[in-house]
Design a protein. Structure first.
Length: 64
């Protein structure tokens, strides 16, 4: 899927959001760094509500 998200601010703000996402992923596994995260990463069963929440959102234009 390819999508377009309208401009939402500076590159600095966007990078800050991306770093926050990486930090959240590390925190979910209790990892202090990416190498530890990779060794702890695993698969789990996700509810339908979780799948719906995990789908792309705030996208204004979708191309298949």
């Amino acid at each position: 899927m390819e999508g377009l998200v309208e401009y939402k601010g500076s590159v600095e703000k966007t990078i800050t959001v991306l770093i926050g996402g990486i930090q959240a992923g590390l925190a979910h596994t209790g990892a202090a760094d990416v190498a530890t995260f990779q060794s702890r990463a695993g698969l789990w069963t996700q509810s339908f509500a979780g799948v719906a929440e995990g789908n792309p959102h705030d996208i204004t234009d979708i191309r298949h």
